[in-house]
Design a protein around this ligand. Structure first.
Ligand SMILES: NC(=O)C1=CN([C@@H]2O[C@H](COP(=O)(O)OP(=O)(O)OC[C@H]3O[C@@H](n4cnc5c(N)ncnc54)[C@H](OP(=O)(O)O)[C@@H]3O)[C@@H](O)[C@H]2O)C=CC1
Ligand SMILES: CC1=C(/C=C/C(C)=C/C=C/C(C)=C/C=O)C(C)(C)CCC1
Length: 296
């Protein structure tokens, strides 16, 4: 009851999804798994984009059994490796005619300093650049499938983030907590810039704070694991944490709010830097440059 009281925000949309195609990154556990389960329940063909295919397969079976929807498919996606992202996109584009819902959900938090296969700091590399490249590669398909949506799972933690263009890879200064916050700010800025660029295309996009959710996200921090355990009554379940992503993916009439940030199924306030169009545009250009994507 206490948990229910403190975790407001329920997606009440009754939209059903037969014939629709969805991709959820990091769908083998936590918020992503619950998001994928609900999309499957509503009849969508759901791709679980996971770095660990074995974990993904066992979750796919669980979702198939629970929902009766056999169209739950697992594909390998390691967001810490642009080759893997390109291979995922190539495979997906070859096998699917449409993409209606892309949920950029996967994330890492507070890992010790490390680099992705392409030499990006892991938080910015996985949480921002990986999803930036994935979205770029799937964008034509999303446009062809319009109306379609991109949901970027960010965090309230973006409020403490800053985009330091001179230290984007954390080489001059690194703090695991701040690196996470910076990458979540990048998610909000990306959403806003994407919304501006997609105006009139029928593709809309939203960033989300899912709430404080009991998941494996705290795996790298014993302090947070302890806080999570201590306050477990106040923390959302992954199913509750999935509600705002589902709200943004499903709610009819939300198109006019493209680019906005949502929490507890409502529009939420973002930090001053998150509203800075110049920073958003520069981050877009720098991201293209780092990923070898032509700037337009
Ligand atoms: N939990 C919370 O309180 C909050 C969560 N969020 C955000 O919600 C999102 C989901 O997190 P949550 O469910 O809590 O955390 P979990 O750690 O439970 O799930 C994260 C998912 O991301 C996947 N992932 C991590 N790295 C990669 C990678 N390189 N390539 C592909 N997938 C990867 C994980 O895969 P694997 O299992 O193989 O590691 C896992 O499936 C994240 O973006 C997080 O920042 C935001 C605010 C609060
Ligand atoms: C102190 C305190 C809490 C701690 C909250 C924290 C530490 C939240 C961190 C959120 C993160 C890391 C979000 C990820 O994006 C709880 C559990 C709400 C219970 C009330 C007291």
């Amino acid at each position: 009851q206490i948990r229910k009281m403190l975790s407001s925000g329920v997606c009440t949309s009754t939209v059903q999804l037969p014939g629709k195609v969805a991709v959820v990154t990091g769908a083998n556990t936590g918020i992503g798994k619950e998001t994928a389960k609900e999309l499957a329940k509503r009849g969508a063909r759901v791709y679980l984009a996971c770095r660990d295919v074995q974990k993904g397969e066992s979750v796919a079976r669980e979702i198939q059994n629970m929902t009766g929807n056999q169209q739950v498919l697992v594909r390998k996606l390691d967001l810490a490796d642009t080759k893997s992202i390109r291979a995922f996109a190539k495979g997906f584009l070859a096998e699917e005619k449409h993409l209606h819902i892309l949920i950029n959900n996967a994330g890492v938090m507070m890992c010790p300093y490390s680099k992705t296969a392409d030499g990006f700091e892991t938080h910015i590399g996985v949480n921002h650049l990986g999803h930036f490249l994935l979205t770029h590669l799937l964008l034509e398909k999303l446009k062809e499938s319009a109306p379609s949506r991109v949901v970027n799972v960010s965090s309230l933690a973006h409020h403490m983030g800053r985009i330091h263009f001179h230290n984007l890879q954390g080489e001059k200064f690194y703090h695991a907590g701040l690196a996470y916050c910076n990458s979540k700010l990048a998610n909000v800025l990306f959403t806003q810039e994407l919304a501006r660029r997609l105006k009139g295309s029928g593709v809309t996009t939203y960033s989300v704070h899912p709430g404080t959710v009991d998941s494996e996200l705290v795996r790298h921090s014993s302090l947070l694991r302890w806080i999570w355990w201590l306050f477990s009554f106040f923390i959302k379940t992954p199913q509750q944490g999935a509600q705002t992503s589902l709200y943004c993916a499903l709610t009819e009439g939300l198109e006019v709010l493209s680019g906005n940030h949502f929490s507890d199924c409502h529009v939420a306030w973002v930090s001053a830097q998150a509203r800075n169009e110049t920073v958003a545009r520069r981050l877009w250009d720098v991201s293209c440059d780092l990923l070898g994507i032509p700037m337009d």
